[in-house]
Design a protein around this ligand. Structure first.
Ligand SMILES: [Zn+2]
Length: 398
């Protein structure tokens, strides 16, 4: 199987270990405004990968975190006059329900950052000992100049890295920083934000350290696959590499970095700030889980996805045909053999999870099966094959 690695920017052979579980960590959500179609696409992608790895005979340990220590969550809780813990609880309940309704299997580990502070403190402490970090006024910063490879995944020069980081939450004007691109490992935070005890005083962790701590705690010092949305290519994932590898002493932290393209709506970027989010529960009501899955998998996961309601609706009929084809019964005529189509579907999946190609073949196989059944041919083997492939891709067939 070949997978595209965002770090090398190349397809590389992914040899599935059969003597130990494959380990996969996917950056989860900050629990507010969940679950929009952008989240759904990312988590569907890794759900399909997980199912496919298992289909190939391996086991997989999958960890997805909840970023419940994060500025936007605290701001939203303040705005709504809620305790941040209640907001988290409410949003995580919604998230779990949405995953179940989308037929996305629950992760094996689903840690919340707020409960994992103890795993973060030793990493920060070790980075200080190694001179990768420094303390000013109760804040601990990672020194990007201490890592000559910092940000390599993004393939950008310093100015561009800084510009992108600034768009994504970096404060370049913090007077305590030695370099505007340095990022917080620990911070005193805003007044009123929750705090935890630390050797540097009361405060809370930075976003990036949360994932390093949870990934290594649940999956080990080196993990096979680490995924997320394409907006994590910088700064989040390079920060994770920079702070994890010196502490574990093991390179690489991650063998395969995988990123799902962002979702647009009718040609505009889907975002909270533009207010054009489509929520999974709306789409579920309109389309059902199988049609959403089929529609979102019609574009290769690395491409951006332009969501369009009319196009989405067309996939209801396509999944009905799939369902019909898996339940139809033919006659005693010549048997329909779909083994070649099956090989094509698997070859497409081995090609960096080429779901558009796999689904195109699956659709033809469905139509062939329906036609063969109506001609009185024996379709019992064909329906078995279709059902096997459909379940491998995570369709409910309900
Ligand atoms: Zn993360």
């Amino acid at each position: 199987m070949q997978l595209f690695n965002s770090l090398s920017r190349e397809r590389e052979p992914f040899v599935i270990p059969l003597n130990r579980p494959v380990t996969m960590y996917v950056c989860g959500v900050t629990p507010y405004d969940t679950t929009h179609i952008g989240h759904a696409r990312t988590f569907l992608t890794f759900d399909v990968l997980r199912r496919y790895v298992r289909f190939k005979g391996a086991t997989i340990r999958y960890c997805q975190n909840v970023t419940d220590v994060d500025d936007p969550l605290f701001e939203r809780a303040r705005r709504d006059g809620m305790d941040w813990r209640d907001l988290t609880e409410q949003q995580v309940r919604q998230l779990v329900q949405d995953y179940a309704d989308l037929n996305i299997e629950a992760p094996d580990f689903f840690p919340r950052a707020s409960a994992e502070i103890d795993a973060m403190l030793p990493i920060i402490d070790r980075l200080l000992q190694l001179d990768h970090a420094y303390v000013v006024a109760g804040n601990v910063y990672f020194s990007v100049r201490s890592d000559p490879d910092f940000g390599r995944m993004a393939r950008m020069g310093y100015d561009e890295l800084l510009a992108v980081a600034n768009q994504r939450g970096n404060n370049p004007h913090d007077p305590n920083k030695r370099d505007p691109l340095d990022f917080v490992l620990w911070q005193t935070g805003n007044p009123g934000d929750p705090t935890w005890e630390s050797p540097w005083g009361l405060g809370r962790p930075g976003w990036h350290i949360e994932c390093s701590a949870m990934a290594t705690k649940y999956l080990g010092d080196q993990i096979d696959i680490h995924g997320g949305g394409a907006d994590l290519i910088f700064p989040h994932h390079p920060c994770e590499i920079a702070q994890t590898e010196p502490v574990t002493g093991k390179k690489p932290f991650v063998h395969f970095w995988m990123h799902a393209g962002l979702v647009w709506l009718d040609g505009e970027k889907m975002s909270k700030s533009l207010g054009n989010l489509i929520f999974a529960r709306e789409a579920l009501r309109e389309l059902g889980a199988d049609a959403i899955r089929w529609y979102l998998l019609c574009e290769h996961y690395r491409e951006e996805f332009d969501y369009n309601r009319v196009a989405a609706a067309r996939h209801v009929a396509i999944t009905q045909q799939l369902r019909e084809a898996t339940t139809t019964s033919g006659g005693a005529g010549s048997p329909l053999d779909l083994s070649r189509g099956r090989e094509e579907v698997l070859a497409a999946m081995d090609d960096d999870l080429n779901t558009p190609a796999a689904l195109a073949v699956l659709h033809i196989m469905s139509l062939e099966t329906i036609a063969a059944a109506s001609e009185g041919r024996d379709v019992s083997a064909a329906t078995t094959t279709l059902r096997e492939l459909a379940l491998m891709l995570g369709f409910t067939l309900r």
